[in-house]
Design a protein around this ligand. Structure first.
Ligand SMILES: Cc1cc2nc3c(=O)[nH]c(=O)nc-3n(C[C@H](O)[C@H](O)[C@H](O)COP(=O)(O)O)c2cc1C
Length: 404
C-alpha cells in the first residue's frame, strides 16, 4: 500500500474517515462491484478502507494500529516456535503454476456450490473466536460482509456473539462451528438453536488445545463481561454477574470436552439431520474416518498453526486427502490463504472451497464489516486474475494440471 495513504489512514483512524482523501480518489483499486452495488459504491466514497488496502497482508498493520498488543498477538501468533504457522504460508510460495496458453479466457465465473448451496466465490469465513474483542460488531459484521459477498460465514461457538444474534444480523447462508460442551444436554440445545436459527450445517472442530507463547507472555485474557456473555450464550445460564472472574475461568475450563472421540460423532449423527463437517483433518486416515462416520464433509486444516506446532502445512497434505476421499464427500481447506493465487492452488488440489481465519480477523479489526468485505473483494479479484491467466473459465476448470 502507498506509504502516505497508509500513514494517513492510521492518523485518522481507519474506518472512521468521513471523506475520501485525494490519494483515495486517485487510487481507485477496483472493488469488483462494477456497475452494481449502491451500498458498496457509497461506502467506497465515504470510507477509504473499502478500496485502499490492496492485499490481504495490508490489513496486518491496520489491525496492529487498532488493537491492544495482546489482542493483535492473539490473532496473529501461532503455537510455540510457529513452525507450522510459517510453513502454512511458505508452502504456498514454494508451489509453482504453469498455465497453458491460448485459452482465450477473458471472463470468469467464480461461483461454486458447497453442500448444494450456490456461493459467489469459493472463499468462506472461517470460525474465529473472540471476534467482539476485535471490533464492537464482532461476528455480526463478518456475517453481513459474507452475505454481501455472496458467501458462507461459519461463526465459532466462541465468537462472543450468540448464534441467534449472528443469524439475525444477516440473512446470507451460515454454518455453525460447534465446540463440544462436556454436558450433552447443553450440546444438544446448541444444535437445536442452530437448526432453528437457520444454520445449514454443523462444523465440528476436533483439533483442540491452544498454547501460544505470545499469549502467555502478554497474559492475554478475555474480559469478565465477555467471558460471562459467551458462557451464557452457549447455554450455561446458571452463571451470573455475581460469579468472580476466577470462577468463570474455572467453569470454562471444565465445560468443554478436550478429548473428542468418535463417540461424539456417533451421538451427534443421531441427533440432527444437518450436514456435519469435520474440521481439523490432515491425514488420509482421518478423512476415511469421517466417511465411516457418515459425515458430509471435511476441512483440511491445522487450525492456522495454532495447535500442535510441527504439524505439516495444510496445503502439503491436501492432495493425499482429496485422492483418498475421491469425491465421496466434499473437502474444504484452510490455513495460510493470503492470495487469490493460493485459492487457485487449493482448488487445483481438489478443495471445493477455502476458508480464511486471520485475514478475516485483521480486516474486522481494521474496519468492521467494510474491512471484511474488502478482504473478500481482494481475494475475489486476485482469483479472477489468476483464473484468466490460467485459462480457467469456471472453478470446475481449475485442476492439478496447472501445477508443476
Ligand atoms: C484468532 C483466531 C481464533 C480462532 N478461533 C477458532 C475457533 O473458535 N474455532 C475454530 O474451529 N477455529 C478457530 N480458528 C482457526 C480458524 O478457523 C482457521 O482454521 C485458521 O485461522 C486458518 O488459518 P489462517 O488464519 O491462516 O487463515 C481461529 C483462528 C484465529 C486466527
Amino acid at each position: 500500500m502507498n506509504r502516505r495513504v497508509f500513514s494517513q489512514l492510521l492518523a485518522f483512524g481507519v474506518g472512521y474517515l468521513s471523506a475520501p482523501s485525494r490519494e483515495a480518489e486517485t487510487q481507485d483499486v477496483s472493488s469488483g462491484d462494477a456497475g452494481g452495488n449502491a451500498t458498496a459504491a457509497r461506502e467506497a466514497a465515504e470510507n477509504p478502507l473499502a478500496r485502499l488496502p490492496v492485499t490481504v497482508e495490508d490489513f496486518i498493520e491496520l489491525a496492529r494500529a487498532k488493537l491492544p498488543k495482546p489482542t493483535f498477538d492473539y490473532i496473529t501468533s501461532g503455537s510455540e516456535d510457529e513452525v507450522t504457522l510459517r510453513d502454512n504460508v511458505e508452502a504456498f510460495r514454494r508451489m509453482r503454476v504453469l498455465p497453458p496458453l491460448l485459452h482465450g479466457v477473458s471472463e470468469v465465473d467464480l461461483s461454486t456450490t458447497v453442500l448444494g448451496e450456490k456461493i459467489a466465490l469459493p472463499v468462506m469465513l472461517a470460525p474465529v473466536a473472540a471476534l467482539r474483542m476485535f471490533h464492537p460488531q464482532g461476528a455480526r459484521a463478518s456475517a453481513r460482509a459474507a452475505a454481501r459477498a455472496g458467501t458462507i460465514v461459519i461463526p465459532s461457538t466462541s465468537a462472543h456473539n450468540s448464534l441467534d444474534e449472528i443469524a439475525e444480523a444477516a440473512d446470507g447462508p451460515k454454518w455453525f462451528q460447534l465446540y463440544a460442551p462436556r454436558d450433552r444436554e447443553v450440546a444438544l440445545k446448541l444444535v437445536r438453536r442452530a437448526e432453528k436459527a437457520g444454520y445449514k450445517a454443523l462444523v465440528v472442530t476436533v483439533d483442540l488445545g491452544e498454547r501460544k507463547d505470545a499469549d502467555l507472555r502478554n497474559r492475554f485474557s478475555i474480559p469478565h463481561d465477555f467471558l460471562l456473555k459467551h458462557l451464557r450464550d452457549c447455554g450455561f445460564t446458571q452463571l451470573t454477574e455475581e460469579n468472580t472472574y476466577e470462577e468463570l475461568v474455572a467453569f470454562n475450563l471444565q465445560a468443554w470436552d478436550p478429548s473428542m472421540s468418535v463417540d461424539f460423532f456417533r451421538w451427534l449423527r443421531k441427533q440432527t439431520k444437518l450436514p456435519i463437517i469435520l474440521k481439523g483433518v490432515l491425514s488420509p486416515t482421518a478423512a476415511l474416518q469421517a466417511i465411516d462416520l457418515s459425515l458430509d464433509g471435511i476441512i483440511v486444516s491445522n487450525h492456522g498453526g495454532r495447535r500442535l506446532d510441527g504439524m505439516p502445512a495444510s496445503i502439503d497434505m491436501l492432495k493425499d486427502v482429496t485422492e483418498v476421499v475421491d469425491g465421496r464427500i466434499e473437502v474444504y481447506f484452510d490455513s495460510g490463504i493470503r492470495r487469490g493465487g493460493d485459492v487457485l492452488k487449493a482448488l487445483a488440489l481438489g478443495a471445493k472451497a477455502v476458508l480464511i481465519g486471520r485475514p478475516q480477523a485483521w480486516a474486522l479489526a481494521a474496519g468492521g464489516e467494510t474491512g471484511v468485505k474488502r478482504v473478500l473483494d481482494i481475494l475475489r479479484d486476485e482469483l479472477t486474475n489468476a483464473m484468466i491467466a490460467s485459462g480457467c473459465r469456471t472453478v470446475a476448470d481449475i485442476n492439478d494440471g496447472l501445477l508443476l
